[in-house]
Design a protein around this ligand. Structure first.
Ligand code: HEC
Length: 120
């Protein structure tokens, strides 16, 4: 082992430590995708505006609703949409990993979150 080799190995170890967390955080950002693609109809915090609620959009902060749906069911709705409604399918428009990230974000909506976001 040469001096340079040792120094390189030490550098690589430090670089690895620094890059590790960045690589983990590099997945699709479900929160910002939700704001771009869904918030218009489903509300910034998961509560649909009254007009959209009338068209059938659900309150995602409702714990009973959250419990009643499996991740796969939510995912299927996001992919295929609800025929005959303004809920269009996002298959082909969003990558599978992006849809997964949005579903995970959708799971973070709670009534508590809604209250705290309204009155900071
Ligand atoms: C143009 C308006 C619009 C957009 C944009 C939209 N939705 Fe919807 N969504 C609706 C409406 C209306 C319904 C209710 C359909 C019905 O009558 O069942 C719905 C239903 C749903 C449901 C089913 C709820 C249930 O109880 O089964 C999910 C989940 C959903 N949307 C997620 C999303 C996600 C995630 C996005 C963004 C990727 C999105 N929607 C974008 C209008 C929209």
């Amino acid at each position: 082992m040469t001096r340079t080799g040792l120094r390189f190995r030490r550098w690589a170890a430090v670089a690895g430590l620094m890059l590790g967390p960045v690589a983990v955080a590099a997945g699709p950002d479900g929160a910002s995708l939700y704001q771009q693609k869904c918030a218009l109809c489903h509300g910034k915090n998961g509560v649909p505006p009254p007009g959209m609620a009338k068209l059938g959009a659900r309150d995602f902060t409702d714990a009973a609703w959250q419990k009643s749906k499996k991740d796969e069911e939510i995912r299927a709705t996001v992919e295929d949409g609800k025929p005959g409604t303004s809920m269009l399918g996002f298959k082909g428009k969003l990558k599978p990993a992006e849809i997964g990230a949005i579903v995970r974000h959708l799971r973070t909506f709670t009534r508590a979150g809604r209250v705290s976001s309204v009155s900071p």
